[in-house]
Design a protein around this ligand. Structure first.
Ligand code: ADP
Ligand code: MG
Length: 700
């Protein structure tokens, strides 16, 4: 009999239910305490958990286990060990110890370290993250772990993320106690990442070197139809897509990933999946897994899932919305304004802290989403601009104004929706109206950071957000800690007022896509870091080094290593794109131009041989046009090759090198693409070496 969904949900996860049934009571309690309150885990508990995990995993068909971690690439890493342990008599038992659960020692020398780890110290350690549940995939028990070097420097994304969650917890609890809310002992940050993606047919994909090597098309004339009819967004799902989404949901549910929403997105062939939010590190792990499963399931359906930020020119690219909030162990969402936000001091303190944090560290937030892929999206009239600003909506903006001006806030009453037809239900209108153009929007009871690229892990933006907010809360605590109870209310009011005055420049409720906003933002002194090489140097700016080192999120060495790795990743990405484009132009586009020219010439000659004075004007015109385009391409191709070689030769200085790729190589690629796309539009489909946008975007 088919499993019901609640039965299937989490069936491959070592979750609370399994732990409770498999662990001795005291061990279960100890583990729960670690998971819920972040307390340290003792080895005897680990031993007990290891036994239970192995028993459960082998019962469910697992033969191997792996420490699963997130090095500083965009993908996860794993090395599988089997549970077998020879007993000396030619037999084996299935064995797994607490030590093996807690710590692994993978050779770390081939992961990016940005100079942190000399190769002679190639040893790295993985350490179990008990707060993110283990799961079974492909007959292997996956144990989420952090990854660090022999001397303890973080080589991954999870370690600083966990550090940032700890720091925010500490500072949030501290300010809550100062404000008189003494029951709270722990807060968690929560994240719900909405994931956008494209689906293309696998047979078509295989014919495109650019998709295979770069994940995006480097060439391609626009299809006759794009997204202008606005008929794809929320449109009915086509059967092949629906079947894919159905399978995907099931795979995710089995892994305990609460996939909730799915729909067609704005661009043709583009879709979205959103899970129910979770504790940040679990949400980050789940998002990594989701991206992987999306690709795997697509493969089964003879499709390819593209997670690149800009797979196709001329239509929307893909991003991720990072919905973010904080919740207490007493069950309160700290960003929930309640019915009367103006009177909710605790909410206002956290709201204003986020505003200040975003203003003070807007550069870091931009850095946290910087990548070669995302540069194609930000500011391109489809995604938020590269300028970080906050959308609050009218009601909260008015609340803050009344604090700033010491005026009375008159609550505009919640508006009852009346749609004008008797049969339709009445409901209360949302007071936080929606503004889709804002990079950082308050959406009712959470903030939605919308600049994230679709392919990247959501760890970095959350590390920055958690740390920046923790820093501001620490400053607030310092200002309020010695205030006597009877003066607290007015002290908080004064603090809020001052903070609003100093940071209101970051609030912008208007349309972020306009040129006026770019001008206005400049007047306000906000950052506009357009490209990755513009943004990344801010990661190692003095104030930011101070922020991260003060809170123990990154050491100075860790910061610089990440800076190097990201720049390296940036220019290497463009280098691969340049090589791929050069190959496609040289071996595919120019030859197909020649083939067509030859065909046209043959046609003209054949015509002439029959009717001597017949007109061959259209053939001649096409031949001239194509021949000119081939000449331009040949010339531009040489420029691209030369500029790429020159840029690559400067890689000793990663920043200069990245700037060369950004400034010249990308431009050369654009120029080449222009002629190639023009030629493509003239060449018959059957003579083109690769499938066109028409086919890629409209064949499923
Ligand atoms: P929209 O498409 O309107 O932006 P969705 O409903 O698709 O919104 O996605 C909203 C996301 O925000 C979901 O993943 C949801 O679980 C998440 N979310 C809701 N409340 C919180 C919260 N308190 N903290 C973090 N994420 C949240
Ligand atoms: Mg959203």
């Amino acid at each position: 009999m088919a499993q019901s969904i609640p039965e299937m949900y989490g069936s491959l996860v070592f979750n609370d239910k399994v732990m409770r049934s498999k662990l001795p009571k005291d061990m279960y309690k100890a583990l729960k305490k670690t998971i819920e309150n972040g307390t340290h885990l003792e080895l005897d508990v680990a031993n007990s958990v290891a036994v239970a995990m192995k028993e459960w995993a082998t019962e469910n068909g697992a033969t191997h286990y792996t420490h699963w971690f997130q090095p500083m690439t965009n993908v996860t890493a794993e090395k599988h060990d089997s549970f077998i342990s020879p007993t000396g008599d030619g037999q084996v038992i299935m064995d797994f110890s607490g030590k093996e659960l807690v710590k692994g020692e993978p050779d770390a020398s081939s992961f990016p370290s940005g100079g942190l780890r000399a190769t002679f110290e190639a040893r790295g350690y993985t350490a179990w993250d008990p707060t993110s549940p283990a799961f079974i995939k492909d007959k292997t028990l996956y144990i989420p772990t952090a990854f660090c070097s022999y001397s303890g420097e973080a080589l991954d994304k999870k370690t600083p993320l966990l550090r940032s969650m700890d720091v925010l917890n500490k500072e949030a609890v501290r300010i809550l106690h100062i404000l008189g809310n003494k029951e709270v002992r722990h807060i968690n940050t929560t994240v719900g990442p909405e994931q956008e993606y494209f689906l293309v047919d696998k047979d078509l994909y295989k014919k495109r070197k650019d998709l295979i090597f770069c994940g995006r098309t480097l060439l391609g004339a626009s299809a006759p139809k794009g997204q202008e009819m606005e008929d794809h967004y929320f449109g009915a799902l086509k059967p092949r897509v629906a079947a894919y989404m159905h399978d995907l949901d099931e795979e995710l549910w089995k892994l305990g990933i609460p996939a909730k929403t799915k729909h067609n997105e704005v661009a043709p062939a583009q879709h979205e999946l959103a899970p129910v939010f979770d504790t940040t590190n679990v949400a980050v792990d789940h998002n990594q897994l989701t991206m992987e499963i999306m690709k795997k399931v697509a493969d089964k359906h003879n499709m390819v899932c593209l997670l690149h930020e800009k797979p196709f020119e001329g239509i929307n690219g893909s991003g991720k919305h990072n919905n973010w909030s904080m919740s207490t162990d007493t069950g309160v969402n700290l960003l929930d304004p309640g019915k009367t936000p103006a009177e909710n001091t605790q909410f206002l303190v956290f709201l204003v802290a986020v505003i200040k944090a975003v203003d003070d560290y807007a550069d870091l937030l931009r850095v946290s989403v910087a990548s070669a892929g995302n540069d194609h999206r930000l500011g391109a009239n489809e995604a938020p601009p590269a300028i970080v600003s906050i959308f609050l909506g009218d009601e909260l903006t008015d609340v803050l104004k009344s604090i700033e001006n010491d005026t009375f806030f008159s609550n505009k009453h919640a508006v009852q929706m009346d749609i004008g037809a008797k049969v339709l239900p009445h409901f209360i209108k949302d007071t936080t109206d929606r503004n889709r153009t804002s990079p950082f929007a308050f959406t009712g009871n959470k903030f939605e950071f919308r600049m994230l690229g679709s392919a990247a892990s959501v760890a970095n933006p959350n590390i920055v957000l958690n740390t920046a907010v923790a820093e501001v809360l620490a400053e607030f605590s310092a200002a309020l800690k010695d205030v006597p109870e009877e003066e607290m209310e007015s002290a908080v009011h004064a603090l809020l007022k001052k903070t609003i005055e100093e940071h209101k420049r970051i609030i912008f409720n208007g349309n972020g896509y306009t040129d006026e906003w770019v001008e206005e933002a400049e007047k306000r002194g906000l950052y506009n870091l357009k490209t990755t090489p513009d943004a990344l140097p801010h990661f190692i700016a003095e104030k930011n080094i101070e922020l991260f080192t003060k809170h123990g999120i990154f050491t100075k060495e860790e910061l610089f290593s990440r800076y190097e790795i990201w720049l390296e990743n940036y220019y290497k990405t463009i280098n691969i794109e340049s090589n791929t484009l050069a190959e496609m132009i040289q071996k595919q586009v120019i030859p197909s131009v020649y083939t067509y020219v030859e065909k046209l010439a043959d046609t003209a000659a054949a015509k002439k041989s029959v009717v001597a004075d017949i007109s061959v004007a259209s053939e001649a015109a096409l031949i001239s046009k194509l021949s000119t385009l081939a000449d331009t391409m040949a010339k531009d191709l040489e420029t691209l090759k030369a500029d790429t070689a020159k840029a690559l030769a400067s890689s000793d200085d990663v920043l200069a090198c990245s700037k060369a790729y950004q400034g010249t190589v990308l431009e050369d690629m654009e120029a080449l693409r222009k002629s190639a796309d023009e030629a493509e539009a003239l060449i018959p489909d059957e003579l083109l070496p690769y499938p066109t946008y028409d086919e890629l975007l409209f064949s499923i």
